[in-house]
Write a protein that binds this ligand. Structure first.
Ligand code: ZN
Length: 365
């Protein structure tokens, strides 16, 4: 097992291209080809977490929050980030961050938070546009099945819970091969008309190079005619935040009690109670004030997130219950979520959850 083997699985779950532009995800320190004996999972990389990784023989730390975030100009022992990076490099520990790309997958950090409430009919609160592409290509009829299958094998043709989705329609292609060409059909310098099918498939943007390679490898023509266009349709399951329905309606007071119990948040700051029962719940692990307008517009009865400021508690105006459930508390499902996902692929491999609480916020009660 190498560091790269683990990374490949993580990137299949949450492709780095789904990360926000300000973020810094992926392999931040280390070597993909390095042998990996054990992985340590933690929300944050701290001195104590690195010490734990050394002690428990972990070659890779997978964290939610990236240790290198802003512009890094130097790595010295003068500051905390420099000391942590130096220690990781000295101890040959790779550091991998899976952050806003995981936030943009509905089965990721928000899905694990939604599990605490057994939410049903889950969908992203703010769907992610611009991640879907469409390929149009033109294939001589007898080659259509092979080209279509190669595109499916490369990851094209998935729409929601359906695979093998495509559309084709017969037509006529025209071309004249110029000097130097070696056409599969037709003669040099002579206009040629060929029965072709126009084939269409959708695919996620991050599969583009694989899809194009598969097309070029299986299409019989010397020059393959194709177009890739950006679709504004959102891809199901991708986007920020999550909205879903509670199995049973709850009073606002019992929802707040349930959060305290399920997330272990000792003190929940919330807006005025609306007096209504909660059936539809919106949530966003971590700092989610940016989704408050989407939560209000969605008609959710309550919105759970973290890192809220004073003035933000005015915004609901009785339309929903807004609650700050704590940043660490809302994201702590990360360790078990990643562990159980990786364990499906590597059942006998050492996937260790940190035994250290990296919670930097303490509550005086
Ligand atoms: Zn966070």
């Amino acid at each position: 097992m190498t560091v790269g083997d683990i990374i490949a699985r993580l990137e299949a779950m949450a492709p780095p291209s789904l990360a926000e532009s300000y973020d810094n995800v992926g392999l931040l320190v280390g070597d993909r080809s390095q042998r990996c004996q054990a992985v340590l999972l933690s929300l944050d990389v701290t001195e104590a977490v690195l010490e734990e990784a050394e002690r428990r023989g972990c070659d890779l730390v997978v964290s939610h929050h990236p240790l290198i975030f802003g512009g890094l100009r130097r790595v010295t022992e003068d500051d905390l980030v420099g000391r942590l990076l130096s220690r990781a490099i000295r101890s040959r520990i790779s550091l991998y961050a899976i952050h806003t790309n995981l936030d943009n997958v509905v089965t990721g950090i928000n899905g694990w938070l939604a599990d605490c409430f057994h939410l049903r009919e889950r969908r992203p609160l703010q769907p992610l546009a611009g991640t879907l592409r469409k390929l149009h290509t033109f294939v001589p009829g007898q080659h259509l099945p092979a080209v279509r299958q190669a595109l499916f094998d490369a990851g094209a043709g998935h729409i929601g819970q359906y695979s093998g989705c495509s559309f084709s329609v017969p037509g006529t292609g025209s071309f004249r091969a110029e000097a130097g060409a070696s056409p599969m059909v037709g003669q040099i310098g002579v206009d040629h008309y060929e029965a072709e099918d126009r084939l269409e498939v959708v695919f996620p943007a991050w599969r583009e190079s694989k899809v194009v390679s598969a097309l070029l490898a299986t299409h019989p023509y010397e020059e393959v005619a194709y177009d890739i266009v950006r679709s504004e349709n959102p891809m199901p399951g991708l986007g920020a935040g999550l909205i879903g329905r509670l199995p049973e309606p709850m009073s606002e007071a019992s929802l707040l009690d349930h959060i305290q119990q399920a997330c272990g948040t000792p003190c929940i700051r919330h807006s005025s109670l609306t007096g209504r029962t909660v059936q539809t719940l919106a949530l966003c692990g971590g700092a989610g004030a940016f989704l408050l307008p989407a939560a209000i517009a969605s008609g959710a009865d309550a919105y759970l997130t973290a890192d809220l400021k004073y003035h933000e508690f005015f915004q609901p105006e009785g339309r929903l219950l807004l609650a700050d459930i704590g940043h660490f508390e809302s994201e702590q499902g990360f360790m078990e979520g990643i562990r159980s996902y990786l364990a499906d692929f590597f059942p006998t491999f050492a996937l260790l959850k940190t035994e250290i609480s990296t919670q930097p916020v303490h509550y005086h009660q």
